[in-house]
Design a protein around this ligand. Structure first.
Ligand code: F6R
Length: 606
């Protein structure tokens, strides 16, 4: 959460930072600000509650000329949304932007007698104050002494008033990436924004200090010794990060799915069989574990639930899916024989990262399924498979989810093969069906106006229920999250058989029900459960595998026929359909689809 940016070079810092902050808004968008070191070497700040567009207006009226600056877009944690709490924060000679949480800020306020001197209610200003306290001309020494005092997570970009043209950066857990770009040096919270400017970047190692100057970047360890950055290459096309003519990133990202799934899957099918050797995944890792445990949050956790249904039925291995945020506190059993799979689009979700560290401490092998190359979860894990979804900017995850699913299918196929659940022919048939996903999903996307039409029927609903069994339930958990987060309609996904154990009390003629029916083995039970809600007055929107057909006497509010695949793969076309449903409801309600209220794309606080 919170996006930070910094630039020092030969161009105007203000414009570069405002453009970058607009992209970074997916990390937080309740306030924004910049600090620029002017031509007279004075650091000036412009900041406000609101969006980057409000900051831009402020800067248009009263801009700051200068070629070195730091900027921030905020997702409030400590201190409400106000101009004063917006970053950057200045204290004495020090100006900072901060992402993370300084947990011991109250102790620091007392210890350095700061009560009367702070302008904001943020923990970040306290970090600036401690830096100022230790600063007496040696910036590296001040940073070193300060980070020893800070408890919690932080990514700090720092300017000292008497060192114009230079930005310092240091971090613990919260990410910072650095690149040479725009005739100078840049830093940012993540590579999605830096990738617009440069193909080469490095992840600032924890507790190292980066010194950015127009002429280059220096890296120091805590002992003050110089260090060499580990340069990485951006693994996606820069032109994938624009909106490509769509009104919202979310629509563009939904539409990109066939292509990115193809790019995720095809290189990993060798001789017709799923093959993860190119990712450095040894077959022994898949053959030797006795148990799998997925750790993930939100949408990524929902991908894990689909993986669990697949693995348990096709590989016959015990698999659990744990909320990463609960993992450490619920005494989950993991040991040397457990393979812990961490799933994360950003690779920076702090709960997922901490869960990986905890699993490793307990002796488990760890495998990350991550989208962003070099991200913290990838670096902390023993093995990594990248999803190749390209930059995902919309807060609501779509293509990252379906590429995570694609990787889980590949893992399932390979694991079934190496453990002998699949013979060669079965493995080839499985891979063949997986390779058909892009073409089948495209058929759903081509019929998106049908879903747009269906979406109008739930536009004014207060509550929506979703029901299905088995894999259909797993799909709906994600479909329901999508609807909630971008349309603000309360929605619950229920395993159909469970409704009558309480929740059916909430079904009335005003509660539309979305039902997904794609699994032959449970379809007749699903139809019985649907009749139960219909007889309580609910209108039902049905997404059904086209080959199942409809009962003649049944009445539906709407029906969408999903193009057919093997039952185990129907997750893919059904997911695209539910993503579109949520998208069109949000669009037609006139909401900011890409930036739903209260949310941030990257969740780096626990
Ligand atoms: C919802 C969504 C979130 C994320 C969750 C984990 O659309 O995107 O639920 O899935 O915050 O994020 P990552 O995958 O970055 O770990």
């Amino acid at each position: 959460m919170c996006g930070i940016i910094g630039y020092t070079g030969v161009k105007g810092a203000q414009e570069i930072m405002l453009d970058a902050l607009e992209i970074l808004e997916y990390r937080g968008y309740d306030s924004a600000g910049i600090a620029v070191c002017g031509e007279d070497s004075c650091v000036r700040i412009r900041k406000c509650a609101g969006r980057v567009k409000d900051l831009r207006l402020l800067c248009e009226k009263d801009g700051i000329l200068g070629t070195c600056g730091i900027g921030h877009t905020r997702w409030a944690t400590h201190g409400g949304v106000s101009d004063a709490n917006a970053h950057p924060h200045r204290f004495g000679k020090v100006t900072v932007t901060h992402n993370g949480i300084v947990e011991n800020y109250r102790d620091l306020v007392q210890r350095y007698r700061l009560e009367e001197r702070l302008q904001s209610q943020t923990d970040s200003e306290v970090a600036a104050a401690v830096l100022d306290h230790f600063y007496s001309g040696d910036p590296l020494a001040a940073i070193r002494k300060t980070v020893l005092k800070l408890k919690g997570t932080f990514a700090l970009s720092i300017m000292f008033e008497d060192i114009p043209g230079t930005i310092f950066a240091v971090r613990n857990v919260s990410p910072i990436v650095i690149a040479r770009a725009q005739g100078g040096s840049m830093l940012a919270s993540d590579v999605t924004v830096l990738g617009q400017y440069s193909k080469e970047y490095f992840v600032l190692p924890e507790f190292y200090v980066a010194v950015l100057k127009a002429g280059g970047v220096e890296l120091y360890d805590m002992a003050g010794e110089t260090a060499e950055p580990e340069w990485l290459t951006v693994n996606w096309d820069v032109d994938r990060s624009g909106k490509g003519g769509y009104p919202f990133y979310m629509e563009k990202e939904i539409m990109e799915q066939p292509q990115v799934i193809r790019e995720t899957v095809l290189p990993r099918i060798q001789g017709g069989i799923p093959d993860l050797s190119g990712d450095g995944i040894p077959d022994s890792l898949l053959a030797d574990c006795t148990r799998i445990c997925v750790v993930a949050c939100g949408t990524a956790m929902h991908a894990g639930l689909v993986g669990k249904a697949l693995m348990q039925s096709l590989v016959r291995i015990h698999m659990d899916v744990e909320l990463a945020s609960e993992f450490m506190y619920t005494d989950v059993i993991v040991d040397e024989e457990t393979l812990v799979i961490a799933i994360s689009q950003s690779g920076e979700t702090i709960d997922t990262l901490e869960a990986v560290k905890h699993a490793k401490k307990n002796g488990a092998k760890t495998l990350a399924i991550v989208n962003v190359r070099g991200a913290s979860v990838a670096r902390a894990s023993d093995y990594v498979i990248y999803t190749n979804a390209g930059p995902e900017i919309a807060v609501a995850s779509t293509k990252a989810y379906t590429t995570q699913l694609a990787v889980l299918y590949l893992l399932t196929g390979r694991m079934a093969y190496v453990r002998g659940s699949f013979g060669e022919e079965e493995a080839k048939a499985f891979a063949g069906e997986l390779m058909r996903v892009p073409e089948v999903m495209q058929k759903v996307l081509d019929r998106r106006e049908e879903i747009h039409y269906i979406a109008r029927s739930i536009l004014n609903a207060q509550d929506v229920f979703m029901m299905g069994r088995g894999l259909d339930h797993a799909i709906l958990l994600e479909g329901s999250l999508k609807l909630k987060e971008i349309s603000y309609i309360h929605s619950e996904a229920y395993a159909s058989g469970e409704l009558k154990h309480g929740t059916i009390a909430l079904i009335t003629e005003d509660t539309p029900v979305v039902a997904v029916v794609t699994q032959d083995k449970v379809k007749s039970k699903e139809f019985s459960n649907i009749k139960e809600v219909q007889s309580r007055g609910a209108g039902v929107i049905l997404f059904i595998k086209e080959t199942f057909g409809l009962e003649k006497d049944a009445v539906w509010d709407s029906v969408f026929m999903l193009p057919a695949m093997e039952d185990g793969f129907m997750v893919m076309p059904a997911s695209a359909a539910l993503q579109l449903l949520a998208y069109y409801v949000s669009l037609d309600k006139g909401l900011d689809v890409d930036k739903p209220r209260n949310l941030a794309k990257v969740v780096t606080v626990e």
